[in-house]
Design a protein around this ligand. Structure first.
Ligand code: BES
Ligand code: ZN
Ligand code: ZN
Length: 485
């Protein structure tokens, strides 16, 4: 664990010094901050040139620090053009990602307003993340981090730092869950984890097991889970402050492994489907964050947990199932399972009449085709969708608005049930969104498809490691904060 501290603009000797560079035609230039005097900036630029720094994004280089009174200088690039808050967050994270083993770090990056203090804290903490569960030995992240800031004594700055730490910790919770092997993380163990984490954070947690799901008519969770030796669960979490400003329900897809079921996926990349519970992980992490931040908004979180496996007891393509509330679905493809478990959970969430419902899911391969692996999609009614996009922009996550064209829903018509679980292949992400919408018509609702961004299968970048990314957590928390008024 890294500790964070705010300090006035006097760097401490015996620590490494982190400095940001911009890329310009005339070579790298140091981003000026109060903590660095003119002579120091000149010396740092000499050192940057010496180690061949360009100041490009994701470039992190080390130089000897004696001439500026430090053990080490670390240069992190912010690229060309405007240095946005998000660029600084990324540059801070790129640095800590490579600085494991460093004892103390003084951060001389722009931190003159609380928003920047928060963003730097977040970036530094997110970059320092490692998943260590399965390693016998591990390196330690930067132990002590001090952000040098002219507003270090102000309450706003301390609050921004605390929020940044809570957000990064919450993202780490989601990342850990995604990274955990599906032999260890299945519906029962996921639910047990939620119970333990909820107790610690002071939030109420209820778990419905397979018998309760059967009794309550949750046919989606039962159908998807029936091929697995690990039965499904529906978890309800609640953060209930006194006199809340609003009630928001968050619903997460929690397929702890998606083999496709009898509509089996190809072997190639099937292992990535351990991340098919990233939506549920984001919901759990966001509700925990709401509690830790003591947000004056009531939040109910729903984790729709099942393992999608093929077996003699598995749901067959052509089976007809009944979702909670009574609508029937003809299951034409058992690999379109996320929408089935979400339908149950959305109906359950809507029964409590929240002001807004948001669901988050690694729902479709079509999301990756449309937007790639760094940009998530958001669908739903215009207003809620815009709120999510605005929150994502503020949080430093990329969510792009997508439509729900009603005519596409025609393709899910079934001759024998109320709806089929697949429709047109073209626009597959939107078809999935329309399927969900059909279970909660007239609700203020948005659906977040994070299929690609939930798992980074490429090289690490900025504050994003390989593996689980924790995408969605910061956006959800920022939406909740906005609901507080
Ligand atoms: N979990 C997958 C979606 C997915 C794909 C997530 C790639 C992350 C990366 C989902 O359950 C699924 O298999 N969807 C099918 C739906 C299709 C059968 C209509 C898909 O997208 O191919
Ligand atoms: Zn699937
Ligand atoms: Zn899935």
């Amino acid at each position: 664990m890294t500790t964070f501290e705010l300090a006035p603009s006097t760097p401490r000797s015996g620590a490494a010094l982190l400095v940001a560079l911009r890329e310009t035609d005339g070579g790298p230039s140091v981003l000026p901050v109060e903590a660095l005097g003119e002579d120091e900036v000149a010396e740092l630029e000499r050192l940057a040139a010496l180690v061949g720094a360009r100041g490009s994004r994701d470039e992190v280089l080390r130089a000897p620090g004696e001439t500026v009174g430090h053990t080490l200088v670390v240069f992190t690039g912010t690229g060309r053009g405007d240095v946005t808050v998000e660029r600084l967050r990324q540059a801070a994270g790129a640095a800590t990602r490579t600085l494991h083993g460093v004892e103390a770090l003084d951060v001389a990056l722009p931190a003159e307003v609380p928003e920047l203090v928060g963003a730097l804290t977040e970036g530094l903490a997110l970059g320092a993340y490692r998943f260590t569960r399965y390693h016998a030995t591990t390196s330690t992240p930067v132990a002590h981090t001090r952000i040098l800031s002219p507003i270090s004594g102000e309450a706003d700055a301390a609050a921004a730092m605390r929020r940044g730490i809570i957000l990064a910790d919450s993202v780490a919770i989601a990342r850990d869950l995604v990274n955990t092997a599906p032999v260890d993380l299945h519906p029962e163990s996921f639910a047990a984890h939620a119970v333990a984490a909820g107790a610690e954070a002071g939030i109420a947690v209820e778990v419905r097991d397979e018998d309760a799901l059967e009794r309550e008519g949750c046919g989606g969770l039962i159908a998807v889970g029936r091929g697995s030796a690990r039965p499904p669960r529906l978890v309800r979490l609640e953060h209930a402050p006194a006199s809340p400003a609003a009630h928001v329900a968050l619903v997460g897809k929690g397929i702890t492994f998606d083999s496709g079921g009898l509509s089996l996926k190809p072997a190639k990349d099937m292992g990535d489907m351990k991340s098919d519970m990233a939506g549920a992980a984001a919901v759990l992490a966001a509700v925990l964050a709401a509690a830790r931040l003591e947000l004056p908004v009531r939040v109910t979180g729903w984790l729709a947990l099942a393992e999608n496996m093929p077996s003699g007891s598995a749901t067959r393509p052509s089976d007809v199932i009944t979702i909670r509330g009574g609508r029937t679905v003809e299951v034409l493809n058992t690999d379109a399972e996320g929408r089935l478990v979400l339908a149950d959970a959305l109906v359950a969430a809507a029964e409590e009449d929240p002001d807004v419902i948001l669901d988050i899911a690694t729902l479709t391969g079509a999301q990756l085709i449309a937007l790639g692996n760094r940009v998530s999609a958001v669908m739903g009614d215009d207003e809620v969708r815009s709120d999510v996009v605005a929150a994502a922009d503020a949080a430093g996550e990329q969510f792009w608005p997508m439509p729900l064209p009603p005519e596409l829903a025609e393709s899910m018509k079934s001759p024998i049930a109320d709806i089929a679980n697949i429709g047109d292949r073209n626009g597959g992400m939107l078809v999935a969104g329309l399927f969900l919408q059909s279970f909660i018509p007239d609700r203020r609702w948005a659906h977040l498809d994070i299929a690609g961004p939930a798992l980074n299968t490429h090289e690490p970048w900025g504050y994003t490691p390989k593996g689980g990314t924790g995408v969605g957590v910061r956006t959800l928390v920022t939406v909740l904060e906005a609901m507080c008024g």
